[in-house]
Design a protein around this ligand. Structure first.
Ligand SMILES: [Zn+2]
Length: 457
């Protein structure tokens, strides 16, 4: 949430390109080793392309741009000169309903931030000055009951503006970039210190009756401290919400044509125990080309997908078969009542629906879980019997197997034996089915945690 929101993220990208250390060096040692077997490949779920929508800077009622800009301007007086007083102080729940209804009609899923202490106005689990207790309760209820089924709820740290002293619950006194969540504070903190801060944010959302499996970083939070951020996320989510096995976070987005946006599965642990865990970095593939973080910067549909459907960042990523995750900011979707970002989004979806028949809208947590299962399921295959040990369950787990034409395919797990149904085309593939294509079978089933046998006859 700032004009250089993207610049910050891009800064890290540049650093990785030039230094080749932040991601490649530091990350590689902590990444899950990808599964490899020359006879078996794990495909995308249902052999479709996952797609998702990340919404930053949303919360209950408060327009983060209106309340955030003056706080950013205090820290950087030459910047953030937007006339914030002209912006609406509220993004109304009627707009949340309108947006939700559109998304339900089109199957759209993704991530929706709830900033716990939005721009230091008030606490979503207590009260927010300017709105009645009932308005806040109704706003939370709307998110809890009708957004949460299709959207991961993330805190975007505590305030998205000033850093809070978790010992006192008060913002640090200095309006300085070192005490802003977007900038300095997080960069030199230990995993424990960051974890304590993340847990503080998560607890507020838990008090408000929301369930989280991940977090979103505000602006540049953790951009130079990524491994501690990953470890902190894993620890904090599990501390506050108990045994979440696959945790995840959104911190980075990459927009250059040849940059991969495959999720990174990190810090797998205790995979053969009853309490396996890992953390997944979910990566966006677009900038906010909708309406900007401030609701004053119109974007363009063509950057996502051109009118002739041939080009654009979404086309690049989808054609490569990687999860295509768009990124926006809620004030830019609402666009001060003009809904400019929302209109751009609807046109992007219309064009994507026109071009592709193989898109699979997923929540960030579903993508994280699938990639964890993809990376960490152990598979052995002797040509007839396949054994899988999965530390993490995943729906619509999809395998491509080099095998002669299959007559019967049986799945055995936890004492149950199920025959999979043969379908004749990729389009018909769903969980519990397979189809044969030349010397390969593509098999889709809900992968349970633990041991599974596939008998191929
Ligand atoms: Zn943000």
């Amino acid at each position: 949430m700032k004009p250089n929101h993207l610049t910050r993220r891009n800064f890290v990208r540049q650093a990785t390109l030039t230094g080749a250390s932040l991601i490649v060096g530091a990350d590689r040692s902590v990444l899950a080793r990808p599964f490899q077997n020359h006879q078996v490949a794990v495909l995308n779920p249902k052999d479709q392309v996952p797609i998702s929508f990340i919404i930053d800077d949303s919360t209950t009622l408060v327009n983060m741009a209106y309340f955030g800009i003056p706080q950013f301007q205090e820290v950087f007086p030459d910047q953030y000169l937007q006339d914030w007083r002209k912006l609406p102080r509220e993004i109304p729940d009627d707009f949340v309903r309108e947006f939700r209804d559109y998304c339900q009609a089109h199957g759209v899923k993704g991530k929706y931030s709830i900033v716990p202490y939005p721009a230091c106005t008030g606490w979503v689990d207590r009260f927010i000055p300017g709105w009645t207790k009932q308005e806040l309760q109704e706003s939370l209820q709307l998110v809890r009951e009708t957004m949460q089924p299709d959207w991961d709820i993330h805190p975007e740290m505590v305030s998205h503006t000033r850093v809070i002293d978790v010992k006192t619950g008060r913002p640090f006194p200095d309006a300085h970039e070192k005490y802003m969540e977007n900038w300095g504070w997080s960069q030199d903190k230990s995993a424990d210190e960051l974890g304590e801060y993340l847990a503080y944010a998560l607890k507020v959302l838990k008090n408000a009756g929301l369930h989280c499996q991940g977090v979103t970083t505000p602006g540049g939070f953790g951009s130079q401290n990524k491994e501690n951020l990953a470890k902190a996320t894993l620890a904090a989510v599990r501390e506050v919400y108990g045994e979440v096995d696959v945790t995840h976070y959104f911190r980075d987005l990459y927009t250059e044509p040849d940059e991969s946006v495959v999720p990174l599965v990190k810090y797998p642990a205790d995979l053969h125990s009853d309490h396996p865990s890992c953390v997944v970095s979910v990566i966006g593939c677009t900038g906010d080309w909708f309406g900007g973080w401030d609701g004053l910067t119109p974007g363009s549909v063509d950057q996502f997908i051109t009118e002739d459907l041939s080009k654009g960042r979404m086309v690049e990523v989808i054609n490569r078969g990687e999860p295509a995750i768009m990124v926006c900011h809620w004030p830019g979707i609402y666009y001060n009542g003009q809904k400019t970002g929302f209109k751009i989004f609807q046109e992007v979806v219309r064009r994507l629906e026109q071009k592709y028949g193989n898109l699979n809208w997923m929540k960030n947590s579903e993508i994280a879980r699938y990639w964890a299962a993809k990376a960490l399921t152990e598979i052995t295959f002797d040509g007839q019997r396949m054994h899988l040990y999965a530390p993490f369950a995943a729906d619509s787990f999809t395998l491509q197997v080099n095998v002669r034409p299959v007559n019967v395919l049986t799945l055995q797990s936890k004492g149950q034996s199920v025959k999979l149904e043969k379908v004749t085309s990729k389009q018909q593939l769903k969980s519990g089915c397979y189809y044969q294509q030349h010397e390969q079978a593509v098999i889709c089933f809900d992968l349970p945690r633990g041991n599974t046998e596939l008998l191929i006859g």
